[in-house]
Ligand binder design. Structure first.
Ligand SMILES: [Mn+2]
Length: 306
């Protein structure tokens, strides 16, 4: 598998991008890097960065609009700010290409609402579609990947579920627009992670993964597989079924844990659970699934745990 870790796990503890890259190179299994744009790129020399990255590869960049865009990213009512938000995404495409990456992840952190009567839903939905089309057409060689989250920063996000994400992708109607699924975000929405994965992957629209774990009440960012073994195993089964060959990015938050060990624990957990899935095999699991029977699925899970 291709694995990447979260830069901010190191940077939020006072280290810089180069420290994190060094740590990733010393870990077992990390193959790719995933930058936030502009925060992990601004202030760094691109050529120096490229030299430091090798032999790791770059998966892509995730745009972070942050607090300058409190009233909306692609739906900002201030047209100048909206243009800036779209331009930042295009700039991220240029940097991504320069670094050899292929995926731009867009999580619309400010596109949503907090109050009744606050936004015109139809108008903002159209703005989102138009913005995405503009970015997709600017970089047809890159994958533009939408990451949904049901709430936080806003009380309600415009793109709040797997279903709404797939509906948006259909409305945008560009071959290079797909989605990145974040396991915790799916749990927050009470979206069964594998359901969304199967629908996105079967349409060729699964461009990225943010793996982690949690309890569903918030974006817990816990180590993959640490809470929901069976859901995690089911998720890996569908990744194998649909031959996912992208990067597995661990979007976890080691607030109290040592960052390097925590990232390694994610890789190790994924590999271990994957080995349990592989031991049963896609063919056998598919047969169990075809039975639509709770007792058979429970036996499968117990077999995996043996
Ligand atoms: Mn995420």
């Amino acid at each position: 598998m291709n694995y990447a870790g979260r830069f901010n796990s190191f940077i939020f503890k006072g280290q810089n991008v180069y420290d994190a890259i060094t740590a990733y190179k010393e870990m077992n299994g990390i193959t790719h890097l995933e930058f936030n744009y502009p925060e992990h790129i601004a202030g760094y020399d691109l050529e120096e960065l490229k030299d430091a990255i090798a032999p790791l590869k770059v998966n892509g960049l995730a745009v972070r609009w942050r607090k300058d865009f409190l009233h909306g990213d692609f739906t900002n009512p201030d047209e100048n700010l909206r243009r800036r938000a779209i331009q930042m995404s295009k700039d991220a495409c240029d940097v991504c290409r320069e670094l050899g990456g292929s995926v731009i992840t867009l999580w619309f952190e400010n596109d949503g609402f907090d109050y009744p009567f606050e936004i015109d839903y139809e108008k903002d939905w159209e703005k989102l579609i138009e913005g995405l089309q503009e970015v997709a057409d600017y970089a047809p060689d890159l994958k533009i990947s939408i990451e949904y989250k049901p709430f936080e920063e806003r009380e309600f996000a415009l793109v709040d579920s797997a279903g709404m994400t797939l509906y948006l992708i259909k409305e945008v109607d560009r071959p290079n627009v797909g989605c990145t699924l974040d396991f915790c975000h799916m749990l927050m929405k009470h979206d069964n992670p594998s359901y969304g994965l199967a629908l996105a992957a079967s349409k060729g629209k699964l461009f990225g993964l943010h793996m982690n774990d949690g309890y569903g009440r918030k974006d817990s960012g816990l180590i993959f597989g640490s809470v929901n073994f069976a859901l995690s195993a089911e998720f890996i089964y569908y990744l194998e079924k649909y031959n996912y060959d992208g990067v597995v990015f661990f979007d976890t938050f080691p607030v109290r844990e040592e960052s390097r060990g925590e990232c390694q624990a994610n890789v190790d957990a994924f590999e271990l659970i994957k080995s349990k899935v592989d031991r049963e095999g896609v063919e056998k699991i598919s047969k169990v699934v075809s039975k639509h029977d709770g007792l058979s699925t429970n036996k499968l899970i117990q077999d995996m745990l043996r």
